[in-house]
Design a protein around this ligand. Structure first.
Ligand code: ASP
Length: 308
């Protein structure tokens, strides 16, 4: 695979063959980790993690992935405890991180498009772990990996992506990665003010079939996957608009049981009020497995980028 030394900025940076190869490698690493706990592929290698927006799963799963590969991780720490609080620019901070010689940098920060700029000044490969509302390519990897594991295929699947599609970075990256496969249909399910951004549909146009709706009940029986997302409260310019839209969509077990067919339920997490805990005990609930899958597919990605 030709991922060695590559930056990962967008879900569209991958080819279909690369994505499928990563899934197969993730399966192999899953077995090796079950047997040996800590492997030695990345002995002597360093990962720098820099998270300037909150993160639970992405930071932890990259850290676990690197340590399980046998490497070490240096974390930048909370932004408030660094020179960023003294006014240092993101580029300067990252130039320093890069100067200490990590083999790979994992970066999350709030400005759309900034991951690409940082990657240009850094010698180490940069993995975009979320750039504001724009993209989160490794989330898309674990999302599509979960679909592939659960359904045994990605070609021809119908996926409903629901929630705050306007401010979310996971609906865009997921759409891009699904567009690498054949015959995929996407339903964008959201109240009008939260519908998918025009640039996303422009980029998938002609590569997936898509439609928009505000009513889950009209399309749920068509879906193989329902991917729920939270309202991105922190990205609402107007707190009143958030309050107005809060609770405008919600999935619980009683609602799902009304239908002949329940799709698998995914969510990038964290969930807030849009996905009720009553869904957790349904066999279709896959969001916690989805999060765990992230560690294996990120381990596969890091192994390939490091060329080890
Ligand atoms: N954890 C995901 C992200 O970082 C989803 C979310 O925050 O709603 O984008």
């Amino acid at each position: 695979m030709g991922l060695k030394g590559r930056d990962v900025i967008s879900a569209l940076d991958f080819s279909r063959a690369e994505v499928e190869e990563l899934f197969r490698l993730a399966e192999r690493l899953r077995e090796e980790i079950a047997e040996r706990r800590i492997l030695d592929y990345a002995r002597g290698r360093l990962m720098a993690t820099v998270f300037m927006e909150p993160s639970t799963r992405t930071r932890l799963s990259f850290t676990y992935a690197m340590i399980r590969l046998g490497g070490a991780v240096v974390d930048f720490g909370p932004e408030a405890a660094t020179s960023r609080a003294k006014g240092e620019s993101l580029e300067d901070s990252l130039r320093m991180v890069d100067g200490y010689g990590p083999d790979v940098i994992v970066l999350r920060q709030g400005t759309p498009g900034m991951a690409e700029k940082v990657a240009e000044v850094c010698e180490a490969p940069v993995i975009n772990a979320g750039d504001g509302w724009n993209e989160h390519p490794t989330q898309a990897l674990l999302d599509v990996y979960t679909i592939w594991r659960e359904l045994g295929r990605v070609d021809g699947v119908t996926v409903g992506i629901m929630g705050d599609l306007k401010h979310g970075r996971t609906p865009s990256s997921l759409s891009y990665m699904l567009s690498l496969f054949d015959g995929v249909k996407i339903w964008y399910i959201a109240p009008d003010p939260l519908q998918i951004r025009p640039e996303v549909v422009e980029r998938v146009e002609g590569r997936v079939e898509y439609s928009k709706t505000s009513k889950l009940e009209d399309v749920i029986e068509e879906l193989d996957v329902l991917y729920v997302t939270r309202l991105q409260k922190e990205r609402f310019p107007d707190p009143e608009e958030y309050e107005r839209l809060k609770g405008s969509y919600r999935v619980d077990a009683d609602f799902l049981r009304k239908f002949r067919k329940i799709p698998i339920i995914m969510h990038p997490l964290p969930r807030v009020w849009e996905l009720d805990e009553s869904v957790d005990s349904l066999p279709q609930a896959k969001y916690f497995e989805q999060a765990v899958n992230g560690m294996y597919v990120r381990a596969a990605l890091v192994k390939e980028i490091l060329g080890i």
